[in-house]
Design a protein around this ligand. Structure first.
Ligand code: PAF
Length: 281
């Protein structure tokens, strides 16, 4: 069944009120569209956990660092609605711009601490944009649970923190990264890769797996990282924003995985910024 499409906040509110009155729980899957299996796994998790599921599609201008990146971001609303059909979601909320940022909008939600590193450092203001729109979507939907992919591990930490700090009664549910068969983490940005770049893109994950194996074997992180960077350069990656080992709980930088740790990488291939992270150990 095609999900009922809602574009106005007042319509969403009316729908949510009727579900709440019936005592039903609501799951939220916030997206920027260009849906892939990663998103659909979040929808499946939401369906399994909640009575009602709202998927949102909103390409949030405030989280982009350049007008060009925003303009290039894939927009595939019709295909997205088709992909959602088998899941029978209860609402597809595709808000008009003014339903999120009405005229005169002047509030920013800014989370401290976890945003100072990785994508927060490489993309100034990005997480303010994410935190602001996610706060709005949490409050607009009044959902009980919200589902986010661990591919954006730092984003999961940001939205978990903001819900806690602002007493928004919602449970943030992290879901595992979904990968292509060759290991490339699924991402809407993969659609922007040329055929040639797509062939080399999985090197990112392979380089991470090698570094993880190496540091787990007790080898030096700096050496393993240097080898990984050389490998990425050979594969055609032009810039690496970060390739770091960090603690899973607070993202502090580590030299060895002596606490639960993850490797985080962001690198550019043929003009496309790819990010990924994996647990180490
Ligand atoms: O992960 C995304 O697609 C976006 O950052 C989100 C959470 C939908 C906010 O715009």
């Amino acid at each position: 069944m095609t999900a009922p499409m809602i574009r106005q906040l007042s319509d969403l509110r009316a729908q949510v009120a009727s579900w709440k009155a019936a005592g039903e729980t609501i799951g939220l899957v916030p997206t920027m569209g260009a849906l892939h299996q990663g998103h659909l796994s979040l929808v499946a998790a939401a369906k399994a956990a909640c009575d009602r599921v709202i998927v949102t599609i909103f390409v949030n201008p405030r989280q982009f660092n350049s007008a060009e990146d925003l303009a290039n971001y894939p927009k595939t609303e019709e295909q997205d609605a088709q992909k959602l059909k088998p899941f029978n979601v209860d609402a597809l909320y595709v808000p008009d711009g003014d339903q999120i940022y009405p005229e005169g909008f002047s509030t920013t939600v800014s989370v401290g601490g976890v945003v100072d590193v990785l994508c927060g450092a490489a993309r100034p203001g990005h997480f303010d944009g994410v935190a602001t729109v996610v706060t709005k979507l949490f409050l607009q939907s009044q959902a009980d649970q919200a589902f986010f992919g661990e591919k954006d591990f730092q984003q999961v930490q940001v939205v978990t923190r903001l819900a806690r700090d602002l007493d928004i009664p919602i449970k943030v549910v992290p879901c595992p990264t979904i990968r292509e068969e060759d290991g490339l983490a699924m991402s809407s940005r993969n659609l922007l890769l040329s055929d040639r770049a797509r062939v080399y893109a999985p090197e990112l994950n392979r380089a991470m797996e090698d570094v993880a194996e190496s540091v787990l074997a007790g080898n030096d992180m700096a050496q393993a990282r240097a080898a990984a960077l050389a490998r990425l350069e050979r594969a055609g990656f032009t810039k690496v924003d970060y390739f770091e080992l960090r603690a899973s709980d607070d993202l502090r930088l580590l030299q060895r995985p002596d606490v639960p740790a993850r490797l985080f990488v962001a690198a550019w291939l043929a003009g496309v910024r790819l990010i990924d992270n994996i647990a180490v150990g």
